[in-house]
Design a protein around this ligand. Structure first.
Ligand code: NAD
Length: 490
């Protein structure tokens, strides 16, 4: 179907009836305290800030602003739990707590998915099918390791590090919390975790789950706040391990502040992934993979396939099919089960994305956007692609973190490889071809932590994840993720 014909069909009212997820099964408190020592307590400063639904701009709740004094209390609670109940407990019993958290998350999955979409703007289809099941899967997976650590590292004696300070971003709020907390606890550490300022609600709900699962007080402490709170956690002298996921800019600040300390750290940072389409690929599947890689979840994915390299002979076909597909993508209410692209997470992120759209046009690239309508209230961005870009363009080099794709062509495998590697980042990538030899060659030579072949954005708790170059330090997930929370003695 040509772009013109699809546009006509779309504009003529080719639409699904609304299918919104209801909100009558969830409860959100008007105000949340800090989760310290197993209970919700008021912040020392008495200060709170609001969290907003990005699809409506309405306030959902207010959460506490944790100060240095609160961070100190949380670290003390974590240390007490580490020296006390948690380290004295049999490893199998630690595992049982993790299993319990996983099961409660599964039981309350619908509630968590709805709150995730309300607070973060992501489509319910994604929070329901990806975020929440994967978060539970991480707890299940690491629960199984808790009493088998010596088998993970034969001949070594695995010893926990102590108190882990963990700071996470807003794009996968509950999943990132699970990703951090589950391996830390399985290895016998205790934690102080800070969610991002725009998406604190599922972390507060997770605190309720942890309380209901009757974890010993202080094993998990959750503090809300902004960057200053994160910095207080990272720099607290009694924190032994720092696990950070977020931007490369903040990752560099953290790495500098940790230099010279004996804190162990892992940094999961930004990305600018390349999707590389060879002429022999299954083109329709590749187009679906590109759409999934950059437009779903509004491009708010560290490993979003934001650069596309297409072999020259199929470039026209791929771009035409992409444009056709963009016309059928539904941007709108995150709670509607038909929605493909939800709300941009915050006003400031929308501003960043819009500034890049201008940069792209000023650099001389040709911009194309889907033509579907946008809701009047809230923060929205149409799926966007740029053609006519060059390697030095800022929209090719810098992480935009929005539904914006920059397209280039290549002739030979070597050219595709060189272009794909020409970035300061190295988090992920995708190769589309029907030749196994090309897959092996590309996956060996692309400098990125995760490469998908003939698929994109697939995650599993058993797989290690992490970046090359400015995309980070260390690995999380799988067996490798255990090593990040242990000292391995001989
Ligand atoms: P961000 O770096 O602005 O913030 C991340 C977290 O760090 C937030 O909780 C924030 O409050 C906190 N923070 C800010 N300044 C701090 C400081 N000086 N010290 C300690 N903590 C501080 O990132 P963001 O905008 O929330 O998230 C988007 C970024 O995260 C993107 O760059 C994306 O690629 C990256 N990300 C990476 C991965 C990965 O696994 N590599 C996963 C998800 C997101």
């Amino acid at each position: 179907m040509s772009t013109e014909s699809t546009k006509l069909a779309f504009n003529d009212g080719w639409q699904y009836a609304p299918a919104p997820e209801s909100t009558d099964h969830i409860s959100i408190d008007e105000q949340y305290g800090l989760f310290i020592g197993g209970e919700f307590v008021a912040p020392e400063s008495g200060r709170y800030f609001e969290t907003v639904n990005p699809a409506t701009e309405q306030t959902l709740s207010s959460v506490s602003l944790a100060s240095a004094a609160d961070v100190d209390l949380a670290v003390k609670a974590a240390r007490k739990a580490y020296n006390g109940a948690w380290s004295k407990m049999a490893a199998a019993d630690r595992g049982k707590y993790l299993f319990r958290i996983a099961r409660i998350l599964q039981e309350r999955a619908r509630e968590f998915a709805t709150i995730e979409s309300l607070d973060g703007g992501k489509p319910i289809r994604e929070s329901r099918d990806i975020d929440i099941p994967l978060a539970a899967a991480h707890f299940f997976y690491y629960a199984g390791w808790a009493d088998k650590l010596e088998y993970a590292f034969p001949g070594r004696r695995p010893v926990p590090l102590g108190v882990a300070g963990q700071v996470i971003p807003w794009n996968f709020p509950l999943l990132m919390a699970a990703w951090k907390i589950a391996p830390a606890l399985a290895c016998g550490n205790t934690v102080v975790l800070k969610p991002a300022e725009t998406t604190p609600l599922t972390a507060m709900k997770l605190a309720e789950v942890i309380r209901d699962a009757e974890l010993p007080p202080g094993v998990v402490n959750i503090l809300t706040g902004a960057g200053e709170t994160g910095a207080e956690i990272v720099n607290h002298p009694d924190v032994n391990k720092v696990a950070f996921t977020g931007s490369t800019e903040v990752g560099k600040i953290i790495q500098r502040s940790l230099a010279g300390t004996d804190k162990k750290y892992t940094l999961e940072l930004g990305g600018k992934a390349a999707n590389i389409i060879f002429a022999d690929a299954a083109i329709d599947e590749a187009v679906e993979g590109i759409v999934n890689g950059i437009f779903f979840n509004q491009g708010h994915v560290c490993c979003a396939g934001s650069r596309l390299f297409v072999q020259e002979s199929v470039a026209e076909e791929v771009v035409r099919k992409l444009k056709d597909r963009m016309e059928t993508l539904i941007v709108g209410d995150p709670l509607d089960k038909n929605t493909d692209i939800g709300a941009i997470n915050s006003a400031s992120q929308l501003e960043t994305i819009q500034s890049y759209l201008k940069v792209g046009q000023d650099e001389g690239a040709e911009m194309y956007q889907g033509s579907g309508s946008l809701p009047e209230q809230g923060y929205w961005c149409r799926p966007t692609l740029f053609t006519g870009v060059s390697q030095s363009n800022r929209i090719v080099q810098e992480e935009i973190f929005g539904p914006v794709l920059a397209i280039q062509t290549f002739r030979t495998l070597e050219e595709g490889l060189t272009k794909a590697n020409n970035t300061p980042y190295g988090l992920s990538g995708g190769v589309w071809t029907d030749k196994g030899a090309k897959i092996f060659k590309m996956t060996q030579q692309i400098r990125a932590g995760v490469i998908w072949a003939n698929t994109f954005n697939k995650f599993d708790p058993t797989s290690p994840f992490g970046g090359y170059k400015e995309s980070g330090v260390g690995r999380e997930g799988g067996l490798h993720g255990l090593g990040a929370y242990l000292k391995l003695e001989t």
